[in-house]
Design a binder for this molecule. Structure first.
Ligand code: AHG
Ligand code: MN
Ligand code: MN
Length: 333
């Protein structure tokens, strides 16, 4: 019989000298949050959760009802356990401190409670992305600056994908494992052990409507893919764009591919669209742990020193040889 996620983590933690069970407890609360979100996403219109919330988040994006609901679910499920020092989310401008009525722990949790939320009303896959960091030694009331650690410092990263099946994919720096929610027993069961990304691919994902805003190296790469067999690559490429990063990364983990939300000139104040702390870093950790590569085009995403909780970065990730090629085009100028 395959094992559930919590059993898997307990067994993994046993191998680590000095593990206290704190991390396992935290992950078990995250699992509960994702099950609750899966329930609400799945019921959709039946429980009145579709549509706009009529508010904006810190980034000036219109919030969907489910952006707000899933953020609350994540907070509620994770604040009481005693494992966290603080949380931060796409949907909250400032750090969320653990209320005084609960004990505090040593970890920091950063999350995008609902990724791809523009897809929610049209019943296309959405997800949740999370990243776990350690609170700096001796810090009891973490501030935003305490979260500003490069992706290489992540203790764990994961995403839940609410698709035809609900899945949870995680890494603790020891490979990537995927679990599928068995609704009959309410458990995430290990279904995709040791996920790896093929080094080569003939499939790319990018929002091509932004082409005129891209930099030359990305324009060149995509032009060459589209030119296909008669172009410089000498091979035909396929294209996909789901507009849910979780779904794109999951496809890449399953059959390879390259995903790009590159730097563009659409809004000169923004370096890209995706957020470093709760989208780019956790996905980069997972992709690298699966043998893929993740870059801004100019540097490894996980080595970017964050300067703001909500900062954006260009993202180019997926099958190693294709990401290397795009990075090479950036180096050539
Ligand atoms: P979110 O719903 O959390 O704001 O994130 C959406 C992100 C990402 O998941 C997706 O890849 C991208 O935005 C889609 O962007 P376009 O709207 O440009 O297609
Ligand atoms: Mn997102
Ligand atoms: Mn979101």
């Amino acid at each position: 019989m395959s094992k559930n996620l919590v059993q898997f983590i307990i067994e993994e933690q046993r191998a680590i000298a000095g593990a206290t069970g704190d991390f396992t407890g935290l992950l078990s609360d995250i699992v509960t949050a994702c099950k609750r979100i899966a329930h609400d996403v799945n019921k959709g219109a039946l429980i009145g959760v579709l549509g706009s919330a009529g508010s904006e988040n810190v980034q000036g994006e219109t919030q969907k009802k489910l952006d707000v609901i899933t953020n609350e679910i994540f907070i509620e499920s994770n604040q009481w356990g005693g494992h966290l020092a603080a949380m931060a989310s796409e949907e909250m401008e400032d750090v969320y401190p653990i209320p005084a009525r609960y004990p505090k722990g040593k970890y920091l949790l950063v999350f995008d409670p609902l990724d791809g939320s523009s897809n929610i009303d049209v019943n296309i896959s959405v997800g949740t992305i999370f990243s776990i960091l350690r609170a700096p030694e001796g810090v009891n009331n973490p501030k935003a600056e305490d979260f500003l650690q490069p992706g290489t410092k992540q203790v764990c990263a994961g995403y839940a994908l609410y698709g035809p099946a609900t899945m949870l994919v995680i890494t603790t720096g020891n490979g990537v494992n995927g679990f599928t929610l068995d609704r009959d027993i309410g458990e995430f069961m290990l279904s995709h052990p040791k996920m790896t990304i093929p080094e080569d691919t003939r499939e790319f994902a990018i929002n091509a409507s932004n082409e005129r805003f891209w930099e030359a190296p990305v324009q060149r790469y995509v032009r060459e893919c589209i030119a296909g067999k008669t172009g410089p690559r000498g091979e035909n490429f396929n294209m996909r764009w789901v507009a849910s990063m979780v779904a794109e990364v999951h496809r890449i983990l399953t059959r390879g591919g390259i995903f790009m939300y590159p730097r563009d000139t659409k809004d000169p104040k923004k370096a890209g669209k995706l957020r470093l702390m709760y989208e780019a870093n956790p996905m980069s950790f997972i992709v690298e742990q699966a043998g893929g590569m993740s870059s801004t085009g100019r540097e490894r995403i996980m080595e970017v020193q964050p300067s703001d909780l909500h900062q954006r970065v260009p993202v180019i990730l997926g099958s190693k040889n294709e990401v290397e090629r795009v990075v090479g085009y950036h180096l050539e100028g």
